[in-house]
Design a protein around this ligand. Structure first.
Ligand code: XUL
Ligand code: CO
Length: 443
């Protein structure tokens, strides 16, 4: 049966189209440089926001109109799979992502939960045989159930640590079964509320022990997906251990885990950490650790994780700039970890939201590609740092300088001349490239 009866497959109609159910910029088969847009962008639908979230917020009950909600329990889970593959096909998205509890209800015992998962995973596997949509990543939800009140791998309760391990073990088996490209570890409640009752050293050591066990088990069963850490500074705990990319990197290096992991970078998590999205992407890229992206955006007037669909074209352009400079996302993708606003409760809003996100990243891709082709930022940066390609600067970067030499150089300086950073000129250039995108598409 069809859950989105009034909606046909979304087609590319170009920037002049007035059809709200059409792509204006995302043209999956169109080439940008060497790759098609579909290959560059590797979009994924997040199961939890699109098929599970019901609009509940701290002040109000669920309000989303979702026709699958007339079912319950395992039947509801099955209806969601049907709805999901219908939406994937109509949106032409190459990937999807899910948590264990998004796809199958928890049973009253762990064994029963496994049975529910097995039922739904084999149904998903059947659908995947004929669908073009693949699994970008799956993960285990280790934050919603009350047992995880003090965390999972960092819980003060060893039974909870064991329960969490069982969930990840099952998750890795599911990832292998469905051919997942990646497996995500978002820290859920891995953090703390107060140091007054927290053994931080034990918690961090345990988190590392847990991740090493996951690496070992993946090897044992031959699961070859890329492992990803998703940093977030706060929510649900006041301090999350995987605060941002730099903090996560230090943790991974300290515990000798960095060979096995990359980062899944979420835009809204970056802004919560007081960074820009592109900052987090850059830090990961410089260390060869940029794995995948949770494509959303926050509201800078609000201090919490709003998970909006991305529409800020500056952010998508600068993100795509980092991704292109990275040589792409490899096995990663752009997962819309984003939800429609509570006021957007009708089923077709799910399509408008994804179209907005996909077009916004397609525009970002087109603008960033041209910026790179024309060496716009590279030339500006090369000029700005020109003092390091000759004289004393060259000696510094070549390791030929020391404090004696530098002091002697400084002593003979009569004047130090700086030049302008020209930020406003650069922003105008960026505007020109963005406004040129429709021309890039039509010709
Ligand atoms: C929470 C969040 C998660 C992860 C997967 O803020 O982003 O949905 O992406 O657990
Ligand atoms: Co996320």
């Amino acid at each position: 049966m069809a859950y989105f009866q009034n909606i046909d497959q979304i087609q590319y109609e170009g920037p002049k189209s007035k059809n709200p159910l059409a792509f204006k910029y995302y043209n999956p088969q169109a080439k940008v440089g060497e790759k098609t847009m579909e290959e560059h962008l590797r979009f994924a639908v997040a199961y939890w926001h699109t098929f599970t979230h019901d609009g509940t917020d701290p002040f109000g009950a669920g309000n989303m109109q979702r026709s699958w909600d007339r079912f319950q329990g395992i039947d509801l889970a099955k209806a969601r799979v049907e709805a999901a593959f219908e939406l994937f096909e109509k949106l032409q998205v190459p990937f999807f992502c899910f948590h264990d509890v998004d796809v199958a209800p928890e049973g009253s015992t762990l064994r029963e939960t496994y049975q529910n998962l097995d039922t739904i995973v084999s149904m998903i596997k059947e659908y995947m045989k004929t669908s073009k949509t693949k699994l970008l990543w799956n993960t285990a939800n280790m934050f919603s159930h009350p047992r995880f009140v003090h965390g999972a791998a960092t819980s003060c309760n060893a039974d909870v640590f064991a329960y969490a391990a069982a969930k990840v073990k099952k998750g890795l088996e599911i990832g292998k079964e469905l051919g997942a490209e990646n497996y995500v570890f978002w820290g859920g409640r891995e953090g703390y509320e107060t140091l007054l009752n927290t053994d931080m050293k034990l918690e961090l050591d345990n988190l590392a022990r847990f991740l090493h066990m996951a690496v070992d088990y993946a090897k044992e069963i031959g699961f070859d997906g890329q492992f990803l850490i998703e940093p977030k500074p706060k929510e649900p705990t006041k301090h999350q251990y995987d605060f941002d990319v730099a903090t996560g990197l230090a943790f991974l290096q300290t515990y000798d885990l960095h060979h096995h992991f990359k980062f899944n970078i979420e835009a809204n998590h970056a802004t919560l950490a007081g960074h820009t999205f592109e900052h987090e992407l850059r830090v990961a890229r410089l260390h060869g650790m940029l794995g995948s992206v949770d494509a959303n955006q926050g509201d800078l007037l609000l201090g919490w994780d709003t998970d909006e669909f991305p529409s800020d074209l500056y952010a998508t352009t600068l993100a795509m700039y980092e991704i292109l400079q990275n040589g792409g996302l490899g096995r990663g993708g752009l997962n819309f970890d984003a939800k429609v606003r509570r006021g957007s409760f009708e089923p077709d809003d799910l399509f408008y939201a994804h179209i907005a996100g996909m077009d916004s990243f397609a525009i970002g891709l087109l603008a960033a590609h041209r910026l790179i082709q024309d060496n716009v930022l590279e030339d500006l940066i090369a000029q700005r740092y020109a003092s390091y390609s000759e004289g004393i600067g060259k000696e510094i970067v070549e390791g030929k300088a020391n404090f004696h030499k530098l002091e002697a150089h400084a002593m003979q300086l009569t004047e130090i001349r700086n030049t302008s950073g020209r930020l406003e000129r650069i922003k105008s250039l960026l505007n020109q490239y963005l406004l040129d995108v429709p021309n890039a598409v039509s010709g």
